[in-house]
Design a protein around this ligand. Sequence first.
Ligand code: ZN
Ligand code: ZN
Ligand code: ZN
Ligand code: ZN
Length: 281
Amino acid sequence: MRETPVKQMVRSMANITCSKCNLELDESHFSKNGVHTYSICKQCRRIITARRRYGLTQEQCVWLFNQNKCQCCNYPFMDQRQQHIHHIDTGVMGIVCHTCNRILGQETNEDLYRIDCCLAWMQQDRKNPFDRVNPQGRLIEVPSSTTRSTHLESKICRLCKQDLPLINFRKDRRWYRGECFQCAAYLTAARTFKISYEQVVLLYSQINCDCCGCTFTSKNFKAIHHIDERILGIICDSCNRRLGQETGKIANQLNACRNWILSDDDIVRTVWRHAEVSRND
Ligand SMILES: [Zn+2]
Ligand SMILES: [Zn+2]
Ligand SMILES: [Zn+2]
Ligand SMILES: [Zn+2]
């Protein structure tokens, strides 16, 4: 017999029993893979992953995921996706929010140094970066294109005037763009921040982070640090990721992370002690 729409609805609202924890939960607790619904609830799946990835016990995972606020900054978790198991090379340190996880990094002295730099830099009165980058109002020096590359398939970029192999240009149907990939990225930045292409080139010609002073590398690359459209400086990726949008919360979180790293408490053991207590309850 065909199901009536009402029966269909009732069936779709029926609870599912998790094959792992045996709890009867509604559909929202189970993730789907196409039409197939997993027989294990989302929470159990997270625990299985965490156990496998970090070598934790079931009890430790349950205790961690039951925390309703970040163990570092104490801001409440709005939903489960904000919970991050923070671990460093030596093991799991606790459960923290996404921001703290990013700020803490590997909890090395270098991470601590960057946190201090970020806190100090935010306090500074940051001037227009162009006053500093281009004191004389000098125009940028465009590399000369007198030495033609030996590449047969090359093209001169309309902006930087460099003679570059064709792989440096985006191809639209049959034609190559007039500007190289690098210049195209600069143009995007120019549009985003409402500045000129030349100003972007000037900003990117800087070699040290405005915040921590480190030299940029391919791994810790430079970024234009901005809040909305206001450019505050050219900083390294490590600092940029820590500062984010410099919301009101961020200074508190940087300080909390600073204390977390400096604290003598062995957080790992504190975590497991709690787990032990709840297990024995
Ligand atoms: Zn379950
Ligand atoms: Zn936090
Ligand atoms: Zn170019
Ligand atoms: Zn930096």
